[in-house]
Design a protein around this ligand. Structure first.
Ligand code: BGC
Length: 443
């Protein structure tokens, strides 16, 4: 396999998210996000970690962009912290926050790196959460204001925009299970959050197109291929429900197919939040779709998970010996299966893989991190992307998750996903062997 097999114009990059790397959580006028608050609650995050400092990217962005450059990385996907630019969620703009992102964007451009912005990667201003967050329909106006500020300030230089990062992850983990910020659980939070998140993609997508007609607009969706634990009817039905929630819930309304209510009865409750005109407003013709995939899942029927009546069977329980630090099976063909599923939808715009990568236990020895498993993971997944391209699928790019080890949400700093190793005591960076490998691949 050779990089040029992908074509000259194939986009290669890395991705990060504001809360996971920036730190400076209370600096230069930044407001609090739901993650700043959530991480302070005992027992919510493994080892009670938080991201007050994280990778200190707020102060180290120049060095980190230099590292990217030294690795021949030409595209950088990052997110904007909403409370850093609008500390009160709406209203007064924090000029220091705007200046920070301008610096990041300018530095990228000077170093020959194209910036790709994700508007929302999960760090909602806490003040907006206090007013209901994603469960309050007013979020559509709040988000429009935040997006306008970003478009007006960064749109002259940034030509690639993504509205949301993985809506099923932040509505599911944040408003259904309570495992992520803001820690709410139950259908009465989940359903309105789902509907407003879906509507926001079209609403903000249209806004970007209107204000920046030349920009390319997308949004990102997670996907894991699923298999039933056995062919018993109850497991197959459980799989249908889990798949509808995890893999179809957000992409299908965007494509004009509506919510997959036929598969999960509880989704009928979404009607309660629908206003006249919503049905049409849900669909939006994005310029591209960001697909994020890491593994596959085995599903079984379960009484423990209300409404979905299904749960995931951990890899070890089905005999998989080696998994990643997240306890995810390494299964490269899932990349191909995921791409194929997206490709098979009618009217699917071009696809970018906006996240793919793996956390393994890394060890530093003599200033080196020999992370061969990650190299093999990336290589095998990239091979599957090529296979998909050769099958005729319109796939335009691939972003590794992630540039450097960072705050992995509820798992704290334990899982290390980076191409660059970060010592969280000293902030020292070491490019791992996987980072060198990616650098060579790109050179
Ligand atoms: C998220 C990232 C996260 C990664 C690994 C994705 O769901 O977008 O923020 O770190 O997966 O769990």
């Amino acid at each position: 396999m050779n990089r040029l097999d992908f074509g000259d114009d194939f986009v290669w990059g890395v991705a990060t998210a504001a809360y996971q790397i920036e730190g400076a959580s209370d600096i230069d006028g930044k407001g609090k996000s739901i993650w700043d608050e959530f991480t302070k609650k005992k027992g919510k995050i493994r080892n009670d970690h938080h991201a007050d400092i994280a990778c200190n990217f707020y102060y180290r962005y120049k060095e980190d962009i230099q590292l990217m450059k030294s690795m021949h990385i030409k595209n950088y996907r990052f997110s904007i912290s909403w409370p850093r630019v609008l500390p009160n969620g709406i209203g007064a703009i924090n000029e220091a926050g705007i200046a920070f992102y301008n610096n990041v964007i300018n530095e990228c451009l000077e170093q020959g790196i194209t910036p790709w912005i994700t508007l929302y990667h999960w760090d909602l201003p806490q003040v907006l959460e206090n007013a209901g967050g994603w469960t309050n329909r007013a979020i559509l106006d709040w988000f429009e204001e935040f997006a306008s500020v970003c478009i007006n300030n960064f749109g002259d230089r940034v030509k690639h925009w993504m509205v949301l990062n993985e809506p099923v992850a932040f509505t599911g983990a944040g408003y259904f299970f309570g495992k992520h910020a803001p820690g709410k659980w139950g259908l009465r939070y989940f359903l309105p959050a789902v509907h407003h998140a879906t509507l926001s993609m079209g609403r903000i997508g249209r806004l970007i197109k209107e204000l920046l007609p030349e920009a390319k607009v997308g949004s990102t969706f997670s996907h894991s291929p699923m298999e039933p634990i056995s062919l018993k009817r109850r497991h197959i039905n459980a799989l249908r429900r889990a798949d509808a929630i995890m893999n179809r819930l957000f992409i299908e309304p965007i494509l004009g197919l509506g919510y997959p209510t036929e598969a999960v009865k509880a989704l009928e409750g979404l009607k309660k939040y629908m206003l006249p005109g919503d049905e049409e407003a849900l669909a939006f013709d994005f310029d591209f779709i960001g697909v994020q995939t890491y593994t596959r899942e085995f599903i079984q029927f379960s009484l423990l998970m209300p409404y979905v009546w299904a749960n995931i069977v951990e890899p070890k329980r089905r005999g998989v010996k080696k998994t990643t630090t997240m306890d995810w099976e390494v299964h490269p063909p899932s990349m191909h299966a995921t791409l194929k599923r997206f490709h098979n939808y009618t009217n699917m715009p071009p696809i970018y893989i906006t996240e793919n990568g793996a956390a393994f236990e890394d060890h530093v020895a003599d200033d080196r991190v020999n992370d061969e498993e990650r190299v093999r993971y990336l290589e095998a997944h990239i091979e599957q992307v090529l296979r998909a391209k050769k099958d005729g699928m319109d796939i335009r790019g691939y972003f590794v998750w992630t540039l450097m080890d960072n705050f992995e949400w509820a798992e704290g700093y334990n899982p290390r996903f980076g191409l660059i190793h970060v010592d969280f005591d000293t902030q020292e960076r070491i490019i791992k062997d996987s980072g060198r490998w990616y650098g060579e691949w790109l050179s």
